[in-house]
Design a binder for this molecule. Structure first.
Ligand SMILES: C[S@@+](CC[C@H](N)C(=O)[O-])C[C@H]1O[C@@H](n2cnc3c(N)ncnc32)[C@H](O)[C@@H]1O
Length: 219
């Protein structure tokens, strides 16, 4: 039976690995905010779902007032749910934009980058292959400031530790690994890297990555 990405999010109610992944992502958001330079902290999240990672991490953080965030998500129901959560958590509704748009296009980030914190969670498992992964990691220079934190997730399937491939590619692209953790279930990697390269100006109408996964196959 086909399901939508909105329905996929129901897994957060029951799936231990997704719940553990969310807890680690929130912790890494918190770490990134703590170690960001003084002043405004610009955050972007690609393929953001309903934004529960950012919306869950922010309220308790002492630097929350400094955050300006743009969360980009294609599924309108998820955006709607995120906006409802946002409306009930002032003052964050002034600081966080939940945009219903195509996160694969550079246009989605105009005016919101370069960012101090970049979330690419739930994306790497939805790319075609390692070439597509390398391309996306290479394109992070359009979104990230030098020194920016990049948060990512990658599930394992049938015993294949795909997160090791991701870590290797970040190493090859000269990112610094700040932390990496597997969920207690042992089959989901969550990483926190730091970009120390040079930021590149954001091109217009440029495809940063191709999201080819489907919610039936995703876990
Ligand atoms: C695996 S989910 C991850 C959601 C969220 N980042 C999380 O970790 O809970 C992938 C998300 O990507 C969204 N998505 C797929 N293609 C997209 C696109 N072109 N632009 C923006 N979002 C997209 C889906 O609707 C879905 O919500």
């Amino acid at each position: 039976m086909s399901k939508t990405w909105f329905e996929w999010h129901d897994l957060y109610e029951t799936d231990a690995r997704l719940q553990q992944r969310l807890a680690i992502v929130r912790e890494y958001i918190s770490t990134s905010l703590t170690h960001s330079p003084p002043g405004v902290i610009q955050l972007v999240s690609a393929c953001a779902g309903d934004g529960r990672d950012v919306l869950g991490a922010l309220p308790s953080h002492p630097r929350a007032k400094d955050v300006q965030a743009r969360l980009v998500e294609l599924n309108p129901q998820l955006v709607e749910r995120g906006r409802i959560t946002l409306e009930s958590t002032p003052p964050f509704n002034q600081q966080i934009e939940l945009v219903n748009g195509d996160a694969t296009s550079s246009n989605a980030y105009i005016g919101a980058v370069p960012a101090d914190v970049v979330l690419v969670c739930g994306i790497f498992g939805n790319l075609a292959d390692e070439v597509a992964l390398r391309q996306l990691i290479g394109n992070l220079k359009f979104l990230a400031k030098s020194g920016a934190f990049v948060l990512w997730t990658r599930g394992h399937t049938q015993g294949v530790a795909y997160s090791e491939v991701v870590r290797q590619q970040f190493r090859e692209a000269n990112f610094e690994e700040v932390d990496f953790r597997l969920t207690a279930t042992g089959d989901m990697g969550v990483g926190l890297h730091r970009f120390w390269g040079e930021t590149a100006p954001l091109p217009e109408n440029y495809t940063l990555f191709v999201f080819s996964g489907t919610p039936e196959k995703a876990r």
